[in-house]
Design a binder for this molecule. Sequence first.
Ligand code: ZN
Length: 615
Amino acid sequence: MNPTEPKRSTTIKYIDPQVPQTELPAYAGNRYEATVPDTLDLQAQMASLAINGLTGPTDPEADYEIYWQVAFNTNPPVMWHAESDCVQAKHMEALPLLRLASGSRQNLHVEKRWTEVLRQMQGPDGLLYFPKIGRPWCVFGTYGQEPPGDHYFSPWQEGRLLAAMTIYYLLTGEDAWKDAGRKVVDGLNALAIHEDNKAHFPANFIGVGGKFKSGDGAAGIHNPASWISWMIQGLANYGKHAEYQPALDLAGELSRWVIEDANHFDATGCFLPEYSGAPRAHFHGHTMNLLSVLEYGTAAEDAEAIQFADRGFKYAMSQGDCLLGFFGEWLNMSTPQTLEMCTLADMIALAIKLSLAGTGDYWDMVDRWTRNLFVEGQLTSAHRAHWLASKTATTPVAPMQLPPFHNSDQAIEKNIGGFGYSLAPNDFVSRYPYGAHNPALGIIHCCTANGARTIYYLWENILAFTEGCLQINLLLNRASKWADVDSHIPYTGQVDVTVKQPLQLSMRIPEWVTPEQATCTVNAQPRSLGWKGRYAQIGDVEKGDVVILCFPITETAETIDVEKRTYRVLLRGNTCVAIDPPGVDCPLFERDFYRSTTTRWHKVTRFVADKVLDW
Ligand SMILES: [Zn+2]
């Protein structure tokens, strides 16, 4: 059987019953073995695992629909379908991006069916509808009332699905994807309520023909700006890449509604409560707005939108721990909050994109957060989750009742590469009081998808090549067609760059290093450095040159307060190598091996894609 030939459900009734002919991108590139420092590797480690986390917890009997949630504090661990399975829209955007970064071809049959389903969801009005028939887990209530008919759409998801269409258009060159994307934009434009150069949508769940039940909303959980703003990013990307002005215009109208009318942020960037009468403000529900408006602002060169994102990001930084990257799920709460990885994924994405937009220089934040809670927030091995499951009977965490539509077949293994949603600073799962309404501890896949997409943002922006100059922004391992970067951090302060074509090289030094402390050799010959801000100017290098940048790295101990608790952390450079008190159930930062001053090496297969996307 063709490895990409998927199983197709006969019970799920899409608005378009015709299965389209879709071809997956070739995902072609150059693969080669390399012995590299065993340090943080976004390609060989994080991106490859995330492909498993995106496509593994899926149901072959239901067109590989994701199981939205998995719990490890049950015995055996279990995953299940729920209303929020529709966050699969985010998986569909992240998956092709991570194939470019990782070269992984795992579960291509899942992606093949997802691309077909994406087109079968498109109604005559251009909008993308989720089917009700064949998906009995799609109940309504939490986020709005059930609209009439057999199909429904939600602004939450349209933007991410449009983003996936844009990516497939760019990677395959197929006009069918471009046309489908244009129809989505036109459908959204027809349904939006346009007023005073601003736009919003009437409800969160809408049926065919624009029908919805009044009183709809996110049931007091989220400000409508949260679900409306998700569209903005998809529209901005489609407008930019497919050169379709109506998409950028609608993104601008929605952005102005979020900035001026939604009552979600004050003029200083402060996050306002979701609804009057309750003080709580959802962190990710705000940062996703910032990211979306920023994407529009950079695509349309709208300075006001970019400044809005920068103000909100500065406020967000003031509300969390910027050393490890801990930002609680809810603000203004009396109980300690856990880290939802969506939040950290948004914060890293904002820090990268605001640095690129030039409103600030946040690369040091990106480095810290990535090396610490971002990488630790991804489930990378099964043993920690099995350990939690095996002691469930004696843990104070109450075993949950098994939900309907659940599956316990290798639930841990299929979720390796997923991102956690309830982390403590020292533990992959937290025993904090939060979660009384939801005793399941493990992964919810909004976090997997947002984490996965941020892996791409990081990987893409480790380096940048423009007009003959290669600039290295993050001292992380990275293969590319211009040069391969091998980072010894945190074992030693050394980064090796093997050059693949003549270019000018520039490398950012870490925040704990002064320019005088940095030294450089090219092919073992000393090279004097010029400076542009934090970037060492190595100058002209040739194909085959080996550049070695060296600087000191030391250990420091810090005390941090996170969510009303105090921790001692041991840092080597920016990398946390121990935390006290340690976690109990799935402890984090067990990285004593990084304290060696001798680099540990390992073999990896590197991949350099023929085509990557500016995303
Ligand atoms: Zn999440």
